[in-house]
Design a protein around this ligand. Structure first.
Ligand SMILES: Nc1nc2c(c(=O)[nH]1)N=C([C@H](O)[C@@H](O)CO)CN2
Length: 119
């Protein structure tokens, strides 16, 4: 299976279990690996045959400005659902990272995989 990847996509969203985290959006980083449904775009050279990664970023930034979660796990699950259901990806890996939220820890986050990854 061919994969589109996006690294260190920054997005602003309200996320966290503590009251102080629920007052203002924080910037998170998202890494994505998105399975492409077919090899057609490699031969057709046509953007209409693949998943437009710019559209993915726009869609996620808009959604995360409107949808708020307590846990990174729930946020990652939501992103995976959008990528699979709205963009038709058979498989996705989603990593969501908070930056500098814990003293002495640069990055904390969650990594999930959803769907089937054909060989
Ligand atoms: N497994 C998780 N642990 C924690 C989360 C989370 O989303 N998943 N979140 C928090 C707080 O919101 C944290 O960001 C502030 O310290 C704590 N643990």
């Amino acid at each position: 299976m061919d994969i589109i990847f996006l690294r260190e996509v920054r997005a602003d969203t309200i996320i966290g279990v503590y009251e102080w985290e629920r007052k203002n959006p924080q910037t998170i980083e998202i890494d994505l690996e998105i399975g492409i449904p077919s090899e057609v775009p490699c031969h057709s050279d046509n953007i209409g045959d693949t998943i437009h990664y710019g559209v993915v970023v726009e869609r996620l930034r808009k959604a995360l400005s409107e949808q708020h979660f307590l846990l990174l796990e729930a946020l990652a699950e939501y992103i995976a659902k959008v990528i699979r259901e709205d963009f038709g990806a058979p498989w996705v890996q989603v990593s969501v990272t908070k930056l500098g939220i814990l003293p002495g820890v640069r990055r904390v986050g969650v990594l999930i995989e959803r769907g089937h990854r054909p060989r």
